[in-house]
Design a protein around this ligand. Sequence first.
Ligand SMILES: Nc1ncnc2c1ncn2[C@@H]1O[C@H](COP(=O)(O)OP(=O)(O)O)[C@@H](O)[C@H]1O
Ligand SMILES: CC(=O)N[C@@H](CCC(=O)OP(=O)(O)O)C(=O)O
Length: 260
Amino acid sequence: MAKEKLSIVKIGGNIIEDESALLAFLELFSNLEGKKILVHGGGKRATHIASKLGIESKMVQGRRITDAETLEVITMVYGGLVNKNVVAKLQALNTNAIGLTGADINSITSVKRPVKEVDFGFVGDVKSVAHQSVNKLIEADFTPVFCAITHDGKGQLLNTNADTITSQLAIGMSALYETSIYYCFELNGVLKDINDKNSVIKHIDSNLYKDLLEKGIIADGMLPKLENCFDALNHGVSTINMGNTAMLTKENDNFTRITL
Ligand SMILES: Nc1ncnc2c1ncn2[C@@H]1O[C@H](COP(=O)(O)OP(=O)(O)O)[C@@H](O)[C@H]1O
Ligand SMILES: CC(=O)N[C@@H](CCC(=O)OP(=O)(O)O)C(=O)O
């Protein structure tokens, strides 16, 4: 029997920072048919609030170096400020959202990243997703809204990149559903020329991915995003789309599709 469909949508820091873009996105997300999960980042807001508190932010390989003080900031910002605002705005749109970190219902456990050349501090690599527990919420018609926090099962919260949370959740949920990921960010998709917003590459497969990497066309935040995409496709996720929030509407086909 064919599996039912599930959409996992991720929004990043740039959309969260722009109040009207966020509201427009949440309206599209609310109207999205079928079962769904939202994952949000908020890296920009965390950097901004940390700086107000006199805490400097350091990113290495697209990941935040998370010392004890920074962990406090990201817990307040991702788990509190951003997550609860998103949930309240979804409630106003009649979507019965429930905000979660990976500690809630033990949904996402991770292990603290081992120290090699870089000590990332309290950063977690995902170990397991409790897909059956998450599914209980979905089956009860709640819409889970995950922030970028996981836990190690021993009482320690860990900061985990929101793109990775998305792909790992999608891999976990694909045991039960035909799962699609939508990575929404501020651009129309993966661009051939970063300075030309109309140069969207409509389809990227593993061969083109290698080529784009070699040519340096993919850089910065796009590197972990695409790495996560291929990991997800190799582990049971059905489809992955990347582009601006308008890709959630049926009329828009100007975005990037990723396949193996
Ligand atoms: N070829 C590319 N096409 C589109 N974006 C790219 C490309 N190469 C690098 N990027 C960068 O990737 C960023 C998106 O990743 P990221 O900053 O992690 O976004 P978010 O926080 O919204 O998930 C874009 O803002 C852009 O600066
Ligand atoms: C470990 C790590 O780097 N975590 C990320 C989590 C937030 C995130 O991913 O936010 P965006 O999607 O808005 O970039 C961070 O603290 O920036």
